[in-house]
Design a protein around this ligand. Structure first.
Ligand SMILES: [Zn+2]
Length: 446
């Protein structure tokens, strides 16, 4: 049988051990029956001619020796003596031990190259109680290959093998020393880390790749790149969630905060890596909520807005601007009966119905409102929109809350582009800002 081990062929002499012991047993049986026959003859001679007994002792002892010899070999274990270049290197129970040890050698070779290794020869032998296990056979093989392969610890940087040393602890010490040397490289409290993937792996390496400690330290300082990290901790706010509760008694434009949300806080620890003074990586290591946020509860209406139907609340009529340039009240010795909504570039922006209702006026007004719309919202309320450039509704039209009815202009008595907006309650003009539930700013320079 021939088999490849590394790059050479070797031969194994196949021996059937079972046959050997069977043959031995046959011989033993024959010899035992011979002995019994001889003993009978001795008995017969003792009674007949005692003088001749001695003549029988010599062949009898020869048989005894033979029996003892057979028993001796029977009690022995046979094995295979593995020889290499005429020298015995191990005794194994069978070929399998050698094969498995070879596979182990192969699998522990960390760097592939054309290693020459042993060409064993086998001889049948008495094991003599000293049989090799796979592990000891492995070490025997490694010892035989010492010119090519040695057990050690290799350094891999980005999966490239750089070299090996005998002990992993030496390699670890070199790497740690290099890290310690690089520490505090201009950055306060910085820790040195490997920038590349650095691995130390135990295994079999080409003997020529082994370097001494000093050379390995040199390799590390030349080939391994370091980065520097600092940990920074920062307080971050955690937004709250908004939980919406539907209310089908309220119109769809309705929303009311039932419970105010509270922003939470968390402590965030980040590891920042630098290389040559430049930030190269930033990893969040931990986030710990120090104050849990509180959900906001919002009630929202679901009832559909319908043309002609008043909701009972008034919406801001110019979504584009929330700047009030003139409030309701006495002005220049007269009385300003509404609010003026202005703002940069407000010209031509949408004017929407502040609530649903029926248009009772849409056209040019002679008293100073210019292009004007009046909407009636049920019996008690009316809204008026003045100085518009364009009108989009007509008298008798039912409008929805939020529907576009006109565009901002400066028709009638107006100094600049704005909406003059009035709310009438039972035909009395009231301050619209008391009804508009919106945030606004008052800027009378507009
Ligand atoms: Zn006005």
């Amino acid at each position: 049988m021939s088999k490849r081990f590394f790059d050479r062929k070797f031969n194994i002499y196949k021996i059937n051990y079972n046959n050997i012991s069977k043959d031995m047993r046959k011989i033993e049986i024959i010899l035992k029956s011979l002995l019994i026959k001889t003993a009978r003859k001795i008995k017969e001679y003792r009674f007949r001619k005692p003088k001749n007994v001695l003549n029988l002792i010599a062949p009898l002892s020869a048989i005894l020796i033979l029996i003892l010899t057979v028993n001796f070999w029977q009690s022995k274990d046979f094995g295979l003596l593995v020889k290499y270049k005429g020298q015995a290197i191990a005794t194994v129970k069978n070929e399998e031990t050698f094969n498995q040890a070879s596979v182990l050698v192969m699998s522990r070779r960390m760097v592939q190259n054309n290693n020459k290794c042993i060409t064993p020869q086998y001889e049948l032998t008495d094991v003599g109680g000293n049989i090799s296990t796979i592990t000891s056979m492995y070490y025997n093989l490694v010892n035989q290959c010492q010119d090519d392969l040695s057990d050690g610890c290799g350094l891999f940087v980005n999966n490239n093998f750089l070299g090996a040393v005998k002990n992993k602890s030496d390699l670890d010490a070199i790497l740690n020393a290099a890290k310690a040397e690089k520490r505090n490289n201009g950055i306060k409290n910085a820790q040195a880390i490997f920038y590349d993937s650095v691995q130390t792996v135990n295994g079999l390496y080409p003997t020529k790749s082994f370097v001494n400690i000093e050379n390995m330290a040199g390799l590390v300082s030349r080939e391994v790149k370091f980065a520097f990290t600092i940990q920074s901790s920062a307080q971050k706010s955690v937004p709250f969630k908004i939980v919406k509760i539907s209310d089908n008694n309220k119109f769809e434009d309705y929303s009311q905060v039932k419970k105010q949300g509270v922003i939470g806080k968390e402590n965030c620890i980040t590891q920042i890596s630098y290389m040559s003074g430049k930030k190269v990586k930033s990893n969040v290591i931990s986030e710990q909520v120090t104050k849990a946020p509180v959900d906001e509860v919002l009630i929202v209406g679901t009832k559909k807005l319908t043309a002609g139907v008043a909701t009972g609340t008034f919406a801001w009529p110019v979504p584009y601007s929330h700047i009030v340039s003139s409030v309701f009240g006495p002005r220049f010795g007269a009385f300003h009966s509404g609010v003026d909504i202005a703002g940069p570039n407000v010209q031509g922006q949408d004017i929407n119905a502040s609530d649903g209702g029926t248009v009772t006026f849409a056209g040019m007004d002679d008293s100073g409102y210019g292009n004007c719309v009046i909407i009636e919202h049920g019996k008690s309320y009316k809204t008026l929109y003045g100085h518009a450039s364009m009108l989009y509704v007509h008298v008798g039209e039912k409008v929805k809350k939020g529907q576009k009815i006109a565009s901002v202009g400066m028709t009638g008595d107006a100094d600049g582009y704005h909406l003059h907006f009035e709310i009438w309650k039972n035909n009395v003009k009231v301050d619209p800002l008391g009804y508009l539930n919106y945030k606004y700013t008052i800027d009378e320079s507009e």
